[in-house]
Design a protein around this ligand. Structure first.
Ligand code: NAD
Ligand code: IPM
Ligand code: MN
Length: 345
């Protein structure tokens, strides 16, 4: 059966990198016989310009009815200070589709090791499960002239389901370890988080787990990243820690993610629209290409297709085809075509 994939190219480097991802998808689909159709929809700042809202109803409807969603990036400095912003569309689609678990793997590539700010990145291999539809992102926000407030709430069920997702992720990994990250020495939401983790953990006796406060976790990511296997944490901490973690790999430009929950799974790089390099054709497409690999594996159970793409990324990097963020001068197109064609086809 033909699979329906909704594509959201968004803003800034979004259209440039999604193009690269779709070329790789096309090549691998031909090779493994994957039958799909694409449905490109307006989203983010581009949708505000056309329709006045970042997530038009038609886009949400198509996303609901699709088999998977590929999103590149949204955000544009021209909306800074505006009431209607591209980011609201991203939060809304995550919430509407009930995508509570955001999976952000970190992989260090041998040819990029020298780009890491950390001296020793041998054996660093962990995944962060970020809660994605709760917390301060979705609490009430009020801004007055001299006063502002953001409400952070979590219910037990919101915590429990993402923690279960993390323990189940750990069960499939060789080390079977979970680190739950909170700020229970200050926050009530974190106290509930920690208590829930202790209860849920009883159902997974084959998984070892520990608690870590978020400030020391931020430190350990730099001083001892080898210690982590599966990290699970709330929305805001997960956002911050995963950008930090990506720097261990030497760039934000290679970090992909998937989001799962009630509705259609959503695949996207963890970085944003990179307005500083948009329109120049020099963005690193690897984050998007690896998001395509995650989609093949997690939504379509096409492990062979995912592995082909991951090998192509490895070969391209081993051949020294580097965009600017990797210390080279390859364009997005050169990175995409070069060795991807050879390995994937
Ligand atoms: P950013 O992630 O867009 O960029 C941070 C830095 O990393 C920039 O120097 C950028 O050039 C570089 N970078 C990011 N991706 C790259 C790639 N693929 N190749 C090469 N370099 C890359 O973060 P920012 O500049 O703080 O935010 C810009 C906009 O993106 C904001 O509007 C923000 O809200 C939005 N944003 C969107 C998403 C998303 O769509 N999921 C995620 C994060 C930020
Ligand atoms: C991300 C982004 C978003 C977030 C922004 C754009 C709302 O930073 O996907 O990591 O904070 O979730
Ligand atoms: Mn982020």
């Amino acid at each position: 059966m033909t699979k329906k994939i909704v594509t959201l190219s968004g803003d800034g480097i979004g259209p440039e990198i999604i193009n690269a991802g779709l070329q790789v998808l096309s090549a691998v689909a031909e090779k493994i016989g994957f039958d799909y159709e694409l449905d490109a929809k307006d989203f983010g700042g581009a949708a505000i310009d056309k329709f006045g809202v970042p997530l038009p109803d038609e886009t949400l409807e198509a996303a609901r009815n699709a088999d998977a969603i590929l999103h590149a990036a949204i955000g544009d400095p021209k909306f800074d200070g505006a009431e209607i912003r591209p980011e609201q569309g991203l939060l809304k689609i995550r919430k509407e589709l009930g995508l509570f678990a955001n999976v952000r793997p970190l992989k260090i590539y041998e040819p990029l090791k020298h780009l890491s700010p950390i001296k020793n990145v041998e054996n660093v291999d962990f995944v962060t499960i970020r809660e994605l539809t709760g917390g301060v992102y979705f609490g009430e926000h009020t801004l007055e002239a001299d006063k502002a407030r953001d409400i952070n709430d979590y219910t037990r069920i919101e915590i429990e389901r993402v923690v279960r997702f993390a323990f189940e992720t750990a069960q499939k990994r060789p080390r079977k370890q979970v680190t739950s990250v909170d700020k229970q020495n200050v926050l009530a939401t974190s106290k509930l988080w920690r208590k829930t983790v202790d209860e849920v953990a009883k159902d997974y006796p084959d998984v070892t787990y520990e608690h870590q406060l978020v400030d020391s976790c931020a430190m350990l990511l730099i001083t001892n990243p080898q210690k982590f296997d599966v990290i699970v944490t709330e929305n805001l901490f997960g956002d911050i820690l995963t950008d930090e973690a990506s720097s261990l790999a030497g760039t934000l430009g290679c970090s992909a993610s998937s989001s799962h929950g009630a509705g259609t799974a959503f695949y996207e790089p963890i970085h944003g629209s990179a307005p500083d390099i948009a329109g120049k054709g020099i963005a690193n497409p690897v984050s998007m290409i690896l998001s395509v690999a995650m989609m093949l594996r997690e939504s379509f159970e096409l492990e062979n297709g995912a592995v082909l793409i991951e090998r192509a990324v490895e070969k391209t990097l081993a051949d020294g085809i580097f965009t600017q963020d990797l210390g080279g001068s390859a364009t997005t197109d050169e990175m995409d075509k070069g060795d991807f064609g050879a390995v994937v086809k």
